[in-house]
Design a protein around this ligand. Structure first.
Ligand code: ATP
Ligand code: MG
Length: 404
């Protein structure tokens, strides 16, 4: 007997999702994933080989059964929820070897009993030594100095490069109200930051995990609200709570920030370990960059926490590093080459630039950026240890961003 590892395919059944969370909380199951996306279910089963899939067949049982038929082998045991008045679907489910077929809205007790019957068939798992306590994730905020400089591309591609090197990475889309990070990964989020805001009192690590979107073993995304007006619901305290929980579950948290200085942006900047300010080597963008650097400084985010990223860099740029240094009193810390075709292909297909062309200077730049982060974190930690507590004028500047 063992607690089965389960993946829930909840179609549109919110109640089933809640059952899943409670069954995990009480220790009846180990919850691998909850999804409403058929291709995500297939990928999750391939990646995790769960003992059991609990699937709601939704409004089109035949189509859902077609999809369950395509699950990778060895096929997990199946518990299915579907209409009891469709004998064709029931018969087909039985032929597929479904363990239990429940009418819509089964009670939690019925589900638990069915899952325990599956658990009774499993070999006890060999005891494994307790995992090493994981370091909390490092949080990197990415902010554009001006609209369209490529901040979202940098955040997404950096996240993908960190994941390609084995890191567990979550990208939080705080580009409110019109974030598009999920689109850049070709993911349609079922849940967003709006759910976090609405259900913040229920937020715990397990619940938060079910609100993430993304391909199994790829970058996970906490998407921005689908409806722009819902962005109003998201407050600094929600960002803080989500980030706190995500840090315990991941190696890296990448934040795509809005360049509007809102309460959520300011709170996210406070919580991030490093801020990557993305700029271009042209006069109008550098002008905005200077204003952002100045405000960051006055908010207490100077020195080692800020890194300047020159995006779309080219040796033909009219503005040189020397000009930048004279104007900003600092040089770019990192340059990302100008390569529109590769960037566009990656964005259009929702993949990494490495998937488009692994040997391109652009893909190599993102791998190097992910490596550079390690050194920057070392420098930032050393500086933080020496830092004076922030005070005075700071409070006045901060007051501007407080919500009533
Ligand atoms: N290294 C690059 N080379 C060429 N084009 C790039 C590069 N990086 C980003 N771009 C292009 O820049 C454009 C803007 O990118 P992106 O949406 O990431 O900008 P942003 O700063 O997040 O914009 P917004 O202010 O709307 O949030 C896109 O068309 C993208 O393909
Ligand atoms: Mg953006």
């Amino acid at each position: 007997m063992s607690n089965p590892t389960c993946i829930f395919y909840a179609a549109t059944n919110g109640e089933l999702r809640r059952h899943a969370l409670r069954l995990e909380a009480e220790g009846t199951i180990e919850l691998g994933h909850v999804t409403v996306d058929p291709s995500e279910l297939i990928a999750a089963v391939g990646a995790q080989s769960p003992d059991l899939v609990v699937a709601d067949l939704g409004e089109d049982p035949e189509r859902a059964l077609d999809m369950l038929d395509k699950l990778p082998t060895p096929r997990p045991r199946l518990i299915v929820i579907g209409p009891k008045d469709q004998s064709g679907a029931i018969l087909r489910a039985m032929r597929m070897g479904v363990r239990d077929y429940f009418d819509t809205d089964p009670s939690e007790d019925d589900l638990r009993s069915a899952i325990l019957r599956v658990g009774a068939e499993l070999e006890p798992r060999t005891a494994v030594s307790a995992p090493e306590k994981k370091q909390p994730a490092r949080a990197v905020a990415v902010m554009g100095a001006k609209g369209g400089v490529g901040a979202t591309v940098v955040a997404c591609q950096l996240a993908a490069a960190l994941a390609s090197r084995g890191g567990r990475v979550v990208l939080v889309d705080l580009n409110l109200p019109l974030g598009d990070a999920a689109l850049y990964f070709d993911v349609q989020p079922a849940y967003t930051l709006a759910h976090i805001a609405r259900e913040s009192e229920r937020l715990d690590p397990t619940y938060l995990r079910t609100l993430l979107s993304g391909k199994p073993n790829g970058v996970q995304i906490l998407a921005s609200p689908v409806h722009a007006e819902d962005a109003e619901l998201v407050r600094g305290e929600h960002v803080e709570r989500a980030l706190h929980l995500l840090r315990g579950d991941f190696d890296w948290v990448v934040l795509d920030l809005s360049r509007t200085w809102s309460e959520t942006t300011v709170r996210a900047l406070d919580l991030a370990d490093l801020v990557l300010l993305v700029t271009l080597m042209d006069v109008p963008t550098l002008h905005h960059t200077r204003k952002h650097l100045d405000l960051l400084e006055r908010l207490g985010h100077g020195g080692a926490r800020i890194r300047l990223i020159a995006n779309r860099h080219s040796s033909l740029d009219a503005v040189t590093d020397k000009d930048v240094e004279e104007f900003l009193e600092r040089k770019p810390d990192f340059r990302i080459p100008n390569d529109f075709p590769t960037t566009l292909a990656a964005v259009n297909r929702g993949v990494s630039v490495g998937d488009i062309s692994a040997r391109s200077p652009l893909a190599r730049a993102y791998i190097e950026l992910s490596q550079a982060l390690h050194g920057w974190f070392g420098a930032q930690q050393a500086a933080a240890a020496k830092a004076e507590p922030s005070q005075g004028a700071l409070a006045r500047v901060r007051g501007m961003f407080r919500r009533s």
